[in-house]
Each structure stands twice: as structure tokens, then as C-alpha cells.
Design a protein around this ligand. Structure first.
Ligand SMILES: NC(=O)c1ccc[n+]([C@@H]2O[C@H](COP(=O)([O-])OP(=O)(O)OC[C@H]3O[C@@H](n4cnc5c(N)ncnc54)[C@H](OP(=O)(O)O)[C@@H]3O)[C@@H](O)[C@H]2O)c1
Length: 224
């Protein structure tokens, strides 16, 4: 049985990843900030729920200890935060640092702690959820703080793909589209079920040759 670990698994895209991987017969390790409130997650048969705040190194290390030596085939770095913050008016630097801390440093903390478990897995696949709005080629003038945090994530993913290709790790970066979640809002075009099934299809079809690619949920390469 293959194992997937998903961060931010209690709602939105993370919850949908947990549902679809559970239905596909994976052992699902679902990580979230408040397991005691994760009502929807508990409805997924067989799911193992663990506490994880990606901002908090102690929480990340506690998860590593709780997992012991369990191998992870696919690690999905999904947890993220949005801030509707442009560069005009009053910039709240603490909020901008918060976006960077969760969206860029959070996945770094998780990967550094859990990499040995991924290396022990059969698939050795690292997945990161970014956004097309982080494309510098297609930049527009809004939500600067969020874009900057995801650009930093994109660079982290590129670096990791180079660092880890020699150890057989496939490192993949996806934009999920504009999806109907708390973050995407009710008017988003894409349903979570379609976004996540599209990303899982790309993950399943990927090999080490695809490491370091930036694609959308339909498999189209995105400009950096
Ligand atoms: N929806 C879109 O249109 C869209 C578009 C492009 C990219 N994305 C990206 O897709 C990913 C998932 O987004 P979503 O739409 O599912 O958002 P969402 O509905 O707002 O869910 C965000 C998830 O991340 C978790 N999270 C936030 N900060 C965390 C932290 N410090 N530690 C652990 N978990 C944390 C949240 O947990 P709590 O419940 O505890 O807050 C929640 O489970 C994000 O990386 C987002 O940037 C989304």
C-alpha cells in the first residue's frame, strides 16, 4: 500500500486530496493545525490525522517523531495562506512576513524534516502547490505579498529539484487553477474535485524526467 502525506488537509484542496487518495487505496496521512476540529477529515475511512503547523518548527519535528520511520511515497505541500495585500497604502510588514513564512518557509521546514521518509518510499515524489499568479512572466499589479511568497516557493522547488534529482526524487510544482475553496471564493471557475483529480493524474504520469517542471492542474507547462 502506498502512502501519501498532505499538509493543510482539513479543508479546501488538502481535504480533496485526502478524499481522492483515500478512495484510490492509499494510506493517507492528513496533517492539519487543529485535528480536534477536522470533522470532514474524520469521515474519510482509514485516514490518519496528525497535528502540523508548518510555521512552527517544533510542530514539524513532532510530526517527524510521530511518524517514526514510516516511508512516504508522495508528500504534498499544500498548506498555504492568501493575503489581499498590494504595495500601495499602508504595507503591514508583519502580514507580508507571515505569507512568506507559511507559503515559502513552511514547505522548506516540512521537506527538511520528512525527506528521509520520502527517500525511504518507493515513489520518492515531492509535490508543491503554488499559483500561476507567481509567474514573473505573466505578473500583474495586485496581491504583491502573496505573489512574492509563492515566487519564493517556486525558487525553493527549483533548487530542491536540482539538489535531489541525483537521489531519485521527483519534485513537482502545480498551480491548481482558480478553485472554489475558502481561499478561491465561491465564484472561482474550477471545482476542487476537478483540480485535484487533474493534479493527481499529472503526479501519477510523472517520472524523474519531469522533475522541476511547473504545470497547471491540466498538465500545461506554466511560465516561471
Ligand atoms: N483556491 C485557489 O484558487 C488557489 C489558487 C492557487 C493556489 N492555491 C494554493 O492551493 C493551496 C490550498 O489552497 P486552498 O484553496 O485549499 O485554501 P484554503 O481553503 O484557504 O485552505 C488552506 C489550508 O492551508 C492550511 N494552513 C494555512 N496555514 C497553515 C499553517 N501555518 N500550517 C498548516 N496548515 C496551514 C489551512 O488550515 P486551517 O484550516 O488551520 O487554517 C487549510 O487547511 C494553497 O497553497 C494555496 O496558496 C489555491
Amino acid at each position: 500500500m502506498k502512502t501519501v502525506l498532505i499538509t493543510g488537509a482539513n479543508r479546501g484542496l488538502g481535504l480533496e486530496f485526502a478524499r481522492q487518495y483515500g478512495a484510490a487505496g492509499y494510506r493517507v496521512i492528513a496533517a492539519c493545525r487543529k485535528p480536534e476540529n477536522a470533522v470532514a477529515l474524520r469521515e474519510i475511512p482509514g485516514v490518519q490525522i496528525h497535528q502540523l503547523d508548518v510555521d512552527d518548527l517544533a510542530s514539524v519535528h513532532a510530526l517527524r517523531r510521530a511518524l517514526s520511520e514510516r516511508a512516504i511515497d508522495v508528500l504534498i505541500n499544500n498548506a498555504g495562506v492568501f493575503g489581499n495585500l498590494g504595495a500601495d497604502g499602508n504595507v503591514d510588514y508583519d502580514l507580508w512576513l507571515g505569507l512568506y513564512n507559511t507559503n515559502a518557509l513552511g514547505p522548506l521546514r516540512v521537506v527538511r524534516a520528512l525527506l528521509p521518509l520520502v527517500l525511504a518510499g518507493e515513489d520518492k515524489t515531492l509535490v508543491f502547490i503554488t499559483s500561476t499568479v507567481a509567474s514573473i512572466t505573466n505578473a500583474s499589479s495586485s496581491n504583491h505579498g502573496y505573489r512574492m511568497s509563492k515566487v519564493a516557493l517556486n525558487m525553493l522547488v527549483k533548487c530542491l529539484s536540482l539538489d535531489l534529482v541525483g537521489r531519485g526524487v521527483t519534485t513537482l510544482l502545480f498551480c491548481p487553477g482558480h478553485v472554489q475553496t475558502d481561499m478561491g471564493g465561491p465564484n472561482a471557475k474550477v471545482a476542487p474535485v476537478d483540480s485535484v483529480s487533474g493534479i493527481i493524474r499529472q503526479i501519477d504520469a510523472s517520472t524523474i524526467v519531469d522533475t522541476g517542471r511547473f504545470r497547471d492542474y491540466q498538465g500545461e507547462d506554466r511560465p516561471w
